[in-house]
Design a protein around this ligand. Structure first.
Ligand code: KG4
Ligand code: ZN
Length: 332
């Protein structure tokens, strides 16, 4: 079965063709980061307009690269939410029209289910059950995953998402948007132990997170040190990254222990962070846990994860009705 996936929830216009929810035949991502970079964050209005410009070309390129014609498709899976409403609407309406013209099912997919299912597109996916840390620009949550679409929320951030904290710290340091990759690069030249930023563990047994205090601590540090040179920026980046990685690694390993579960997955944009990947791998190996982290192209937003998840929705009979709408926040 061939599913066309479409993703436009934030600042990436993406389309992909995936066979049987498992084999990625193509995955095209048109990133808008250069457009949003000077603003230090995503400008929703600009994002919607750029999606409109790119969506047709990106979709045609995905079909072309997969060597699949429209008529061969068995369904169209589109991100329904959460995300920026105007951005979501572009992909959602395009996907609906596309599916209706072809008279095939149209499947609205949760972006979060998409990220969690990204691990199944790797050659060695985790067996069920596993615990998953989803860390992105909009979410930081821990799930207990017992089947493709069966997830139990164990905890989540009470304020900022981890990726959002990376973005905001980068903005404070004048490094532009998106912050994760830039902070990661600077951190490589810095000393992670020179500046001791707080580790927001909250209750050590809780799987909840809080990053706003850490962000404020970094801001206060920057405000109280006026002349900050490149090395100083690197040390701040390394110290901040180390604090986030410590907390994320501790919480996901603790969640695995609580569920007596040996398998850990890390997904979402922040899963691309090299220090986090290293730390979780190291700490988990001490406890004999297996760690599954998608390759970099599957960590950030992409449509392959949406197409793969859409295939599971379709098998479960979760097809969208013509009057379905997008949603900006998580539906409980
Ligand atoms: O999953 P994603 O592409 O989009 C959302 O669903 O939000 O995640 C984007 C987030 C951004 O906040 C970005 O700064 C962060 O992931 N990110 C990183 C890295 N690469 C991207 N954070 C830390 N280290 C990275 N290497
Ligand atoms: Zn995402």
């Amino acid at each position: 079965m061939l599913i066309l996936g479409i993703e436009t929830s934030c600042d990436e216009t993406a389309a992909s063709v995936v066979a049987d929810g498992r084999t990625v035949l193509s995955s095209v991502v048109a990133s808008q980061t250069a457009i949003h970079h000077p603003y230090g964050g995503v400008v929703p209005e600009l994002a919607s307009r750029k999606h409109l410009e790119a969506i047709r070309y990106v979709t045609e390129t995905a079909l072309h690269q997969a060597d699949v014609s429209k008529k061969q498709l068995d369904g169209v899976a589109v991100t329904q939410g959460p995300g920026l409403i105007g951005a979501l609407l572009v992909g959602f309406c395009f996907g609906r029209a596309f599916a209706f013209a072809l008279n095939i099912p149209w499947i609205g997919v949760s972006h979060l289910d998409g990220h969690i299912n990204s691990v199944f597109l790797e050659p060695q996916p985790p067996p069920f059950p596993f615990v998953a840390l989803l860390a992105s620009g909009g979410h930081t949550s821990i799930y207990y995953v017992s089947d493709y679409l069966k997830t139990e929320l164990m905890g989540q951030t009470r304020d900022d998402a981890a990726g959002e904290a990376f973005d905001k710290v980068a903005k404070m340091l004048g490094l532009g948007y998106p912050g994760g990759g830039i902070i990661g690069k600077y951190a490589q030249q810095g000393d992670p132990y020179k500046i001791a930023f707080p580790r927001p563990y909250l209750d050590k047994n809780s799987s909840d997170f809080s990053f706003s205090g850490l962000k404020t601590a970094v801001n206060r540090y920057i405000q109280s040190h006026k002349a900050i040179d490149e090395q100083h920026i690197a040390d701040i980046a390394a110290g901040f990254q180390e604090a986030v990685a410590d907390v994320l690694a501790y919480k996901i390993i603790n969640a695995a222990k609580q569920k007596a579960c040996r398998h850990i997955a890390i997904v979402g944009g922040v899963a691309a962070n090299r220090r986090l990947r290293e730390k979780v791998a190291l700490d988990a190996s001490k406890e004999n846990f297996d760690v599954y982290i998608p390759s970099l192209k599957l960590c950030g937003d992409n449509a392959a994860m949406i197409a793969a998840t859409g295939w599971h929705y379709l098998k479960a009979g979760k097809v969208s009705s013509p009057d379905a709408d997008v949603y900006s926040r998580l539906r409980i």
